[in-house]
Design a protein. Structure first.
Length: 324
């Protein structure tokens, strides 16, 4: 499958023009900080961690156009992998995910401090002081398949509690990340249970479905409202009231299946959030090895169409709260 191929999913979103936000006011291109002048946290909202995920850019563009300013503390809006985004082509919409490597797998200190070089690493190094200096991070993503939105909480209790406090989306996923590298949301103090810093990553739906932009705006506003960065009146005018009607379910990931051979294939066209009732159900084959569910009622999370050696094929989890 080619890098740009995502069969069956039309591009229903238009990539916003982010060129007006290039200069910003921080000395870092495409990064803008607003300071309320009042005590409060530094909240960072990021989009375009992957250049083909349009919903986050739409959400930040919405905040800019609405003239959102923090009631307290500071609010920073950052477009991350802008070089990848500049290559977006609706005819091959999957091809602009990255330039050299995944921006969201380079956030280990040893990698950032190392000698390796790439477009994504240069950008991550430029943004590193900003990320390290934020109290709270909200990172906006989307997914390959049309599945329900997911809030990715990492492994800390503080992140799970924050996701529950937001009230949406319905699915919360607690996981340790990927063998291929550390995510931005797990960088530094965000992954330290003893620190107040906290981070969430929202997967808003399929990359180019119109609803993903609605989810991105809704969940971003919930995040800002939670920290009193925006007022209730503004939030209520734009929030999706129906998003709160669904019971939240928490899934703990027990295993990230990493591709070992170039011959990995799935047994079925899994889409994600399937709940497989029987342990031992065949998921796929990695060379000569069968990949099967390890327990009953196993939840499949974000099966990938990019089945490359060293990358995550699918994550497996248990529902631990909220019921099946």
């Amino acid at each position: 499958m080619s890098a740009g191929a995502f069969p069956g999913y039309p591009v229903d979103l238009a990539p916003p023009d982010i060129s007006p936000y290039r200069r910003g006011n921080t000395g870092i291109d495409y990064v803008t900080t607003y300071d309320s002048g009042r005590p409060g946290p530094h909240v960072l909202v990021c989009a375009l961690t992957h250049g083909n995920e349009l919903c986050g850019a739409i959400a930040l563009d919405f905040l800019f156009r609405q003239g959102v300013r923090p009631r307290r503390g500071r609010l920073t809006l950052a477009f991350n992998n802008v070089e990848a985004y500049a290559r977006f082509d609706a005819a091959r919409p999957g091809a602009s995910r990255l330039v050299d490597e995944d921006f969201n797998r380079v956030w280990d200190a040893a990698v950032l401090d190392g000698l390796r070089d790439s477009v994504e690493l240069r950008r991550a190094r430029a943004l590193r002081p900003l990320v390290a200096g934020a109290d709270y991070l909200f990172d906006i993503h989307s997914m390959q398949h049309r599945t329900p939105p997911l809030m990715v909480c990492g492994m800390t209790r503080k992140a799970r509690d924050l996701a529950i406090a937001l009230g949406a989306p319905a699915w919360l996923v607690c996981d340790a990340g990927h063998a291929a590298g550390r995510r931005m949301r797990d960088h530094g103090a965000f992954a330290d249970e003893t620190k107040h810093h906290n981070a969430l990553l929202i997967e808003c739906g399929q990359h180019w479905e119109a609803a993903s932009a609605d989810v991105a705006i809704d969940t971003t506003l919930r995040f800002l409202l939670h920290f009193d960065i925006i007022g209730r009146d503004f939030a209520d005018a734009h929030l999706d009231a129906g998003a709160m009607a669904q019971q939240q379910r928490v899934v703990e990931v027990t295993e990230a299946v990493t591709v070992v051979t170039a011959a990995f294939t799935f047994s079925q066209p899994w889409r994600g959030m399937e709940i497989l009732p029987r342990a031992g159900t065949l998921l796929g084959r990695d060379g000569s090895r069968d990949v099967r569910t390890p327990y009953d009622d196993c939840v499949l999370i974000m099966p990938s169409q990019r089945l490359r050696v060293g990358q995550t094929a699918v994550r497996l989890g248990r529902i631990v709260a909220g019921g099946a």
